[in-house]
Design a protein around this ligand. Structure first.
Ligand code: ATP
Ligand code: MG
Length: 439
């Protein structure tokens, strides 16, 4: 290693020690003959004292250049310690400075916490945008969410599966398919792992999950849609009804939030959010939801979905009434749900499905799936879908199939809503949308 320590770990305990640090020049202040350099790496910032000779040597070194510094750790007088610096109680008095890489100037984006650079430009230079503390913190949190998600599902005895992303043709709507040429055959990028999740539950794995990419040719320009996102999907067998699926989701979010609050305390402070552990998540049926919305002046016609405005409003209502950031919305109309959602015996106009709304935005859709082939075939007919074209999907239901259900959640949406980022593009390193294909 080039270094003996990082920029986040030195304390007065190391006073008198000779150390080598390496990092980016965050700030360089030359004051008369002497100077101070704030050296930054992913762990923090260390103040480096520059004697007159070194000050002169690097006086014109641009911000974001990379240097290796050898020096001695010195305790700073208490009255000089600035609270905002992570290694505020010490500084390193430099003996040598090696310039490893001189940054070009000017920088294409502003690398300051309160940047004024537009999001499009920031995303063009995402690798520089990440040098901002807040942006790096978002992705450290995302990484922990990813790891905790794996941990939770493994703990709950789900089996991790990886399903193909190159597929013959999507089972779901054709409109959102990215069509590709597969050695002369028509193929598309997977819009969801739906059929495969069901296949492997029925295979006998019983409980499966996948965290993987999902592709949707969404032409819309919203703050919640990407054309490539990461789905957290799970599917489980031997369920009594869709409430068994919701129970798992509820347990997942409690686990996730409890652990995050502990494991990412520092990063959450940097991003400026305080997370709440959900109380029992309310499960509201469509008639009740419509009543609550109507009281606030929003009417949802029969057979209609909740639009973005309704979700937002419902989020506010639930927060007030139930003190919950989350709400399950149940009983979506059959007209708005895919053919494989189960319908209750006594009401074919609705489905045994639900969404999960988090701080006013949908983050998940789930359902009990129809597993009885005759009914599934009838439902296909009603939706104008030819199940013969989905022969391998049909086969799943022919040789012993268990009642099952599951959900599709969006990792990027969860991160966006959890950290209150305002735009899903802030929650993913390199977003893909109708305009953005690089970097
Ligand atoms: P929406 O109504 O918001 O367009 P959807 O109902 O079409 O979403 P689903 O098919 O239910 O989406 O997908 C399951 C989950 O995947 C969603 O709840 C959401 O968290 C996430 N998701 C869906 N589409 C996108 C997208 N284009 N970009 C990012 N995440 C998405
Ligand atoms: Mg949905």
């Amino acid at each position: 290693m080039l270094t003996t320590h990082n920029c986040g770990e030195l304390t007065s305990k190391e006073a008198g020690t000779k150390v080598t640090l390496c990092g980016w020049v965050d700030t360089l202040r030359i004051q008369g003959k002497i100077g101070f350099l704030l050296l930054r790496d992913r762990y923090g910032i260390t103040q480096v004292f520059l004697n007159p000779e070194l000050s002169k040597e690097i006086a014109t070194l641009p911000k974001e250049s990379v240097v290796v510094i050898e020096g001695e750790v010195k305790k700073r007088p208490a009255n000089q310690v600035k609270k905002e610096m992570s290694t505020g109680e010490i500084e390193v008095s430099a003996t040598t400075i090696d310039i490893i890489s001189r940054s070009e100037t000017p920088l294409p984006i502003e690398i300051t916490e309160e940047t004024t650079t537009h999001i499009d430009k920031r995303l063009d230079y995402r690798f520089l945008d990440l040098r901002r503390n807040k942006i790096a913190a978002i992705f450290k949190i995302r990484s922990v969410i990813y790891a905790l998600t794996n941990e939770f599902f493994i703990k709950e005895k789900f089996i991790n599966i990886n399903t193909p992303k190159l597929t013959k043709s999507g089972v779901e709507s054709g409109a959102e398919e990215f069509k590709i040429d597969y050695f002369g055959k028509k193929a598309s990028l997977a819009q969801s792992p739906q059929v495969y999740k069901q296949m492997f539950v029925v295979a006998g794995l019983e409980k499966v999950f996948e965290i993987g990419p999902i592709f949707r040719a969404e032409k819309s320009h919203t703050t919640r849609h990407l054309t490539e996102f990461i789905g957290i999907d799970f599917e489980m067998g031997f369920i009594k009804d869709e409430h068994d699926v919701m129970d798992v989701i509820e347990k997942y979010f409690t686990f996730l939030l409890e652990k995050l609050i502990k494991q990412c305390a520092e990063e959450l402070t940097v991003v400026g959010v305080k997370l709440n552990i959900p109380p029992k998540i309310p499960r509201l049926d469509m008639p009740e939801i419509k009543k609550l919305l109507k009281e606030k002046g929003k009417t949802i016609p029969e057979n209609e979905d909740l639009d973005a405005e309704a979700e937002k409003l419902l989020g506010e209502i639930v927060k007030k009434k139930y003190h919950s950031d989350f709400v399950f919305t149940l009983g979506y109309p059959w007209a708005k749900r895919p053919f494989y959602h189960m319908r209750p015996e006594n009401n074919p106009k609705v489905t045994r499905s639900f969404d999960l709304i988090y701080n006013g935005v949908e983050i998940a859709t789930g359902a009990q799936r129809e597993h009885r082939l005759e009914i599934l075939e009838k439902q296909c007919k009603e939706k104008g879908i030819d199940l013969k074209k989905l022969e391998f999907y049909r086969d799943i239901f022919r040789y012993g199939v268990i009642p099952h259900g599951g959900v599709g959640m969006g990792l990027d949406r969860i991160v966006e809503q959890m950290l209150n980022l305002g735009n899903i593009r802030e929650a993913i390193l390199l977003p893909r949308d109708p305009e953005r294909l690089t970097p």
